[in-house]
Design a protein. Structure first.
Ligand SMILES: NC(=O)c1ccc[n+]([C@@H]2O[C@H](COP(=O)([O-])OP(=O)(O)OC[C@H]3O[C@@H](n4cnc5c(N)ncnc54)[C@H](O)[C@@H]3O)[C@@H](O)[C@H]2O)c1
Length: 385
């Protein structure tokens, strides 16, 4: 039996519900208390889930809490994670780790110095879909991967998020910070670390309109570029073209395609846990489908179409597995897969992509990390209910 870690949640917004749902799937953590700078949000969350609401400082100082689950907005991830570590708590944050590498590196060093665990979403790469793709890549089914294409492009969150401004804010806004973590983590999981990036950007419309919630109809200013087209060179030599955009009404491309010297492979949505992987080894041949809906973290548990274009109507969502895997690693003194080195490297690629696109100059990626190990069925079963 695993130890059940006591988790304190900071940031009781939109995504919190998904993490409470994770109690249904995983056996080794329990969110026992919550806090938010907005008292109304923490009280509502506490009432909904039958837990206690505290002030942020009281939660950080609470002697019962062992891990802080940081679900605040991106620009608050750094300060909340830093305070958690300073208060001797392990911390697991939503993506990205921070909004710049300076803050990310400080967190990484602080966690090392304090001998505490630091973990970050995304954990979607641990899902059946992306793990099946990893298995096929590592078995060299498509040979040596030389090239690839990846895309996330949709009209933006303003239509379905009641507080969309942070996605368009100057320092922490834009599609690379928001969706980059999913795509880049999935690519690093498949190909290993990246070494260089070049890119271009586009600033879309100057104002957007909130489409939902109490402020529906209100216009707000877009303060950042909303489209990035980049080319990333990985340490293993693979070159990947990545499009990240909030300016595309619809498209019909695959999320990630990898091209090797023996064939091609389609990787399912890196923002989700399930989906099929496909391979094709001969021109004109039918693509071979590898279903993942019978894998433990690939089983469909979502049956409602979200407002997001490019997302399948049914899928698997096991967000929280990164937190459960981290808790398991704390107990068993292992390195967690969604670890600080990986999320710092991804943050470095994010920042380098934005700089390369802004300056028009290729950027060397200074950090590196280990490619995460395949997440075996045996390991997954240990943390599943
Ligand atoms: N909404 C989604 O679909 C989704 C999906 C995956 C990941 N995420 C990530 O989850 C994080 C949260 O997203 P969300 O949609 O829940 O945002 P949200 O705006 O709905 O909620 C964030 C909450 O954090 C609180 N907060 C902000 N700064 C704080 C601070 N310094 N201390 C304490 N509380 C603070 C806010 O008051 C708010 O209640 C983001 O990093 C986002 O990228 C969101």
């Amino acid at each position: 039996m695993n130890k059940v870690f006591k988790v304190g949640l900071i940031g009781c917004g939109h995504i919190a519900e998904t993490y409470f749902r994770a109690h249904k799937y995983f056996n080794n953590f329990k969110i026992i208390k919550c806090a938010d700078i907005n008292n109304h949000a923490s009280k509502k969350c506490a009432k909904t889930y039958g837990i206690k609401a505290l002030s942020v400082n009281d939660l950080l100082n609470d002697s019962e809490v062992e891990i802080i689950l940081n679900l605040t907005i991106p620009k608050a991830h750094y300060i909340v994670a830093k305070k958690s570590l300073l208060n001797n708590k392990h911390v697991y944050s939503e993506k990205p780790m921070a909004i710049n590498t300076k803050d990310g590196l400080e967190l990484l060093k602080l966690a090392r110095r304090k001998k505490l665990y630091i973990g970050n979403a995304p954990d979607t790469f641990l899902g059946g879909g992306n793990q099946k793709a990893k298995e096929l890549v590592e078995k060299k089914i498509i040979g040596k991967i030389n090239l690839g294409n990846a895309i996330f492009a949709f009209p933006g969150v303003q239509s379905y998020h009641p507080n969309p401004e942070p996605w368009f804010a100057k320092k922490e806004g834009g599609p690379v910070i928001d969706m980059g973590p999913y795509y880049l983590t999935a690519l690093v999981n498949l190909l290993g670390p990246a070494k260089e990036v070049s890119g271009s950007l586009m600033k879309g419309v100057k104002k957007r309109t909130i489409g939902i919630g109490p402020r529906k109809g209100k216009k707000f200013k877009v303060e950042c570029p909303t489209t990035y087209l980049s080319t990333i060179v990985f340490e293993n030599g693979a070159i990947i073209r990545l499009t990240l955009s909030f300016d595309v009404i619809a498209h019909n491309r695959n999320h990630i395609e990898l091209y090797g010297n023996k064939g091609s492979l389609i990787v399912p949505d890196p923002n989700m846990f399930g989906g099929s992987t496909f391979t094709c080894k001969k021109i004109g041949e039918k693509w071979k489908e590898y279903k993942t809906n019978k894998m433990p973290l690939g089983k469909i548990n979502i049956r409602t179409q979200s407002a997001r274009a490019n997302e399948s109507p049914t899928n698997a969502n096991y967000r929280g597995v990164g937190l459960a895997e981290m808790a398991y690693c704390i107990e068993n003194k292992k390195l967690n897969r969604c670890n600080g080195e990986l999320s710092y490297h991804v943050l470095d690629i994010i920042q380098s992509t934005m700089k390369a696109s802004k300056t028009g100059k290729k950027q060397k990626i200074k950090s590196t990390c280990n490619k995460p190990n395949y997440f075996s069925q045996k390991e997954i079963k240990k943390i599943l209910r």
